[in-house]
Design a protein around this ligand. Structure first.
Ligand code: GDP
Ligand code: MG
Length: 439
């Protein structure tokens, strides 16, 4: 497993917290110290560690705990969220043109894993995007061509020619693969230069000459938080589209490298997890953290808690007599699930009958949600303004008839009246308290 030590230290911190009988400030502080230690050992930057623990502390101690959960659960959910933030956003899709030959330029310093990564990418892309080829332009280490051929075998063609000029090699290769209608051409480069400025200038020459559709920067994960400066330096000189962090198998500082690249503002597209062709994984902070902390477990908890938060918020608005079309939409969504709201409605005499007036056909509900989505915020918050030409506009916007919109409004009106009549705010609050929803 990737980042085994890092993950197990974090899991231990969570397990220790779970084993505590009482969750008070001291318990949270102790939990945070364990988390900090795990992050620092993983070479995450001190400033990032302090920021993360400050956020977890504030939210875990002050945050509202929804019914059915404990402060322990809340602390774990928040750690999960903040760790996910630490590793950046899910990278946007690489835009590839299906009708053209797409050029992807691979850059990075020597030894970072470019050539290995190019072969892995060719394998990954050829399984998904048709014909893939590689250009080997490393004139300093021509043997890298053999390195590629050894890894990809006959799966992917590799272009190389006897020339001292990398741009010449690239241009010839691109011309050939364009003629042969390849979908993706991966260009491997040398990353060696006397000084950084020279390397950047050379890479910019490549960039201008071949105009790649996408540039991927390869960074060695074993350098830990030093990845921050490296990612910044490249990004300042060349328009990089994203980063691949390699050697995360067994890299003690991998967590540091990933968080550093995220802090530098570069999206991480893939991670390298070994020397073989298959050892490449698409990167997504959310699923990466859930795996790190033990999948299922924590993600499930976070999801359930999110639902509970929404239900509580909706009930609170209803109890305050504020029930607009935004709430109605949330309410329609909730109706498909069994939550506190259903329980609440069941407890109020006469509700079951009244609800039979409102059609709860799932198709109709989906249509209603689409109608509400094409309203302006003002209309949702203040539905009484929806008349005449507004109804026509909303119907056009959501692809339904004006009659459908009126039916929705009528149903909303009924629901609102019922919400108001069934209980005074005080009565509602008592009910909510009885169910343990709010205090
Ligand atoms: P380049 O100089 O940037 O082209 O780097 P190479 O692709 O030649 O890789 C340098 C060394 O790192 C080689 O020994 C590779 O086998 C190794 N390497 C590359 N990626 C990984 C990885 O994800 N995991 C491990 N363990 N080794 C890797
Ligand atoms: Mg190489």
């Amino acid at each position: 497993m990737v980042l085994e030590k890092f993950g197990s230290s974090l899991r231990n911190a969570v397990n220790k917290l779970r084993g505590r009988p009482v969750i008070d400030e001291a318990a949270i502080m102790d939990f945070l110290r364990d988390v900090q230690r795990a992050l620092l050992e993983g070479d995450v930057n001190v400033k990032l560690v302090l920021e993360l623990s400050k956020k977890v502390k504030e939210r875990a101690l002050k945050g509202e705990v929804p019914s059915g959960f404990s402060r322990r659960d809340l602390a774990v959910k928040i750690l999960y969220e903040e760790l996910t933030n630490l590793l950046g956003k899910k990278p946007p899709k690489i835009e590839l043109d299906g009708k053209k030959t797409n050029i992807i330029l691979i850059i990075g310093i020597e030894g970072s894993g470019k050539t290995t990564t190019v072969t892995k990418l060719s394998h990954w892309f050829s399984k998904r995007y048709g014909k893939v080829a590689i250009i080997s332009s490393d004139v300093i280490r021509p043997a890298s061509r053999l390195q590629i051929e050894q890894m990809v075998g006959s799966e992917v063609p590799v272009f190389w020619k006897d020339s001292k000029d990398p741009v010449d090699i690239m241009e010839s290769g691109i011309e050939k693969f364009r003629k042969e209608k390849y979908n993706i051409v991966l260009v491997d480069t040398a990353g060696r230069h006397k000084d950084e400025g020279g390397l950047m200038k050379e890479l910019m020459d490549y960039y201008r000459a071949i105009k790649p559709n996408f540039v991927l920067l390869v960074i060695d994960g074993t350098i830990g938080q030093k990845a921050f400066n490296q990612a910044k330096a490249f990004a300042q000189n060349i328009p990089i589209g994203g980063v691949i962090v390699t050697k995360l198998d067994g890299a003690a500082k991998g967590g540091g490298a990933l968080s550093a690249v995220a802090a530098a503002g570069a999206p991480i597209y893939f991670i390298g997890t070994g020397e073989k062709l298959e050892d490449l994984e698409k990167f997504d902070p959310d699923s990466f953290v859930s795996r790190l902390l033990g999948r299922g477990n924590i993600v499930e908890l976070a999801k359930r808690m999110e639902e509970a938060f929404k239900e509580t918020a909706l009930l609170e608005r209803i109890s305050k007599g504020k029930f607009d079309l935004e709430d109605y939409r949330d309410y329609l969504k909730q109706l498909t699930k069994a939550g506190p709201l259903d329980k609440l409605l069941e407890m109020i005499p006469g509700i079951g009958n009244k609800f039979s007036n409102i059609e709860l056909d799932p198709k109709e509900m989906t249509r209603w949600m689409a109608i509400i989505n094409s309203m302006t915020m003002e209309e949702r918050r203040n539905p009484s303004v929806i008349k005449g030409s507004r109804i026509e506009r909303i119907a056009r916007g959501s692809g339904v008839t004006a009659k459908d919109v009126r039916r929705l409004l009528k149903s909303y009106g009924q629901a609102k009246k019922m919400m108001e009549s069934m209980s005074s705010p005080a009565k509602m609050r008592r009910l909510m308290r009885r169910m343990g929803i709010s205090g």
